[in-house]
Each structure stands twice: as structure tokens, then as C-alpha cells.
Design a protein around this ligand. Sequence first.
Ligand code: FMN
Length: 339
Amino acid sequence: MLELIGRKLLQNLPTEMAHDLSIKMLASRTSILVSTKQIINPIELFGVEFANPVGLAAGFDKNADALRGLSQLGFGFIEVGTVTPKAQKGNPKPRLFRLPKNQAIINRMGFNNKGVDYLVSQIEKFKPNGILGINIGKNKTTANENAVEDYIYCFNKVAHLADYVTVNISSPNTIDLRQLQESKNLIQLLESLKNAQIELQKKTNKYTPIVVKIAPDQDKLTTKEMALNIKNSGIDGIICTNTTIKKNNLKKENHQNQTGGLSGKPLLSRSNEIIRSVREAVGDDFPIIGVGGILTDEDAMSKIRAGANLVQVYTGFIYQGTQLIKAINNKLIVQTRRK
Ligand SMILES: Cc1cc2nc3c(=O)[nH]c(=O)nc-3n(C[C@H](O)[C@H](O)[C@H](O)COP(=O)(O)O)c2cc1C
């Protein structure tokens, strides 16, 4: 009930203000949000034990400010970031738009974040018991030729605190970032990251899995090539997908023509297509995390059927709240029992 009132209140505030307020509430020790019991539906992937297969996608808690509250909501894992080496403001506001008729969001945030040192200090203050992913990117002012340095810098800063690190090369809101998905750039970036991962393991005795998050907008052939490049580089998994720049077939409403990445329901089938293509390319055993357009338990199931091992939610969590996490887990438990 409290959550319902909170959600209604937040829905009537300007979108980014509502988001900032949610982060503040979740960050406070005396969170007014009702905490949920840990949902146990265990699954192992890339050597990591997840309490359940439903995660919070990157971008909600970019600076790891709200881990205290988020870790009480029943997620099996939380991904913070995208974080960049230096703090940056992101694009001018407004840059976040709700499209309720479409159960969607358009955002052009542009990696607004307080920088990797701040994120590290926040996690050092509060590290959740559950699984923590840290999503890394490059600064806007770093040219693509030097992008490798930004990713290596962030990886080395966060790896000791992360259960896995996500390499984000698929946001549509940093100019030319997606060029890093092209074969030559991708192989170069991932070889360097793989070396950094091995070097760090030698020093610290801790292996931190790396996954790469890809876009939903390339064709099937390109997706398969990308997936193979990622697998062949010795990377541990793939997250499919980020937001889409394609905005056809939207129901008419305010903001439908805003520039930025579209998330939520209209992304579901496109994102599932990418999962299918990646699964075809990499075979049965390679880890895939499916994200994009999960608004119901059935949507989550469609991702598992397409080939995902775990799922993440962002827009669905904004519209449905924590009940979505419970519903998906119930569905997936029933499904596993039936197998
Ligand atoms: C406001 C907003 C900010 C986001 N920021 C990031 C980000 O910083 N890094 C990232 O990898 N993905 C980011 N995403 C993408 C989500 O993690 C997710 O991949 C995408 O929204 C599709 O999932 P959904 O349909 O459940 O929202 C963002 C999404 C939204 C809506």
C-alpha cells in the first residue's frame, strides 16, 4: 500500500525529479519503502551464485548511491553505473521522458555520473550481500581511439568490488560509442580488457568476470559476428540489450518523438530477436543476460525461451514496482519445476 502511494506520488512529479527523489529515499537509512524478503531461486552463471535470476539493469543507480535500499527489494542482482573515469554532467535537461501509453521511457541522459572514484567510495561505505555488477563506460571527451584507456582505468578501479563488470559500448546517447561494437575496435578493446582481467587476477587472486552489453539496432548478421568476437575474446558473457533508437509503431502520445534511447514494452520483441541471434552464434553454454521490455512475468519468460539465462529490468520496475520482481520469480520457479 505504502509503495502504491509512493509510486502515484512519484508519477506526478517531473520525471528526472521523481527519479532523484527515489534514489534519495532508497539511499536513506530510514527508507519509507517496505523491504521485501530475499527471494531465493538460486542460479549459477559465470561462476557466480545468484540468489535469483531477476536483476536491476544499469542506469537506475549510476553512482551506487541507493544500494542500501535497492538491496532490500528482492533483486537477485543489482548493476550500478554506467560510471566513467571522470565525473560528467551528461546532456542538458529535460532528458528523461515517460511514455505511459506505450509503457516506455525515452532517455538521452548521456552518462551523467559522479566519476569512478565517487562510485568506489559509495560501495566501500555499503556493499550489499547480494550480487553486484558494475557497468563501465568512457567519458564523452575521450575520443574513440583512446576509449580503451578509459575502460581499463575503470576496470582496474572497480574490479575488486564487483561480482562482474559490464562493458557498455551500446548506449545511443554518447556520440559514436556504438562504433566500438565494430569488429576491429571491439576485438582491440576486449583483448586489452582480457589482459587487464588476467593481470589483476595474478595480483589479487580474484577473478572478476567481464560481460559486454550490446545494442538492439544492428542486423542479425552483425549481431552474430559481434557475439562471436565477444566469445572468442575470452569474455564471460553478453547482456542483450541496451535501449533502441528505432521508434516506429509507437502509440501516439507526448514525447514519442524525443531524441534518445527507447526502453520498455516496444523494445521487447526487438531485444528478444537479438538474444535469439546471439544464442544461435555462441551455442548453448555461453552466458546471456536478457534485458529490454520486460513489463510482465510472461515477458521475462519470453527472454528465457529466446535463450537468456538471467534477466534484468529497468522500465518495468519504474511502472510496476517490486511486485514485478516477485511475479517473475514465481513464474520462473513454476517453469523450472515443470521441466
Ligand atoms: C533512464 C535510463 C538510463 C539508462 N542508463 C543506462 C546506463 O547508464 N548504462 C547502461 O548500460 N544502460 C542504461 N540504460 C538501459 C537499461 O539498462 C536497459 O538496458 C534498457 O532500459 C532496456 O531495459 P528496460 O526495457 O527494462 O528498461 C538506461 C535506461 C534508462 C531508461
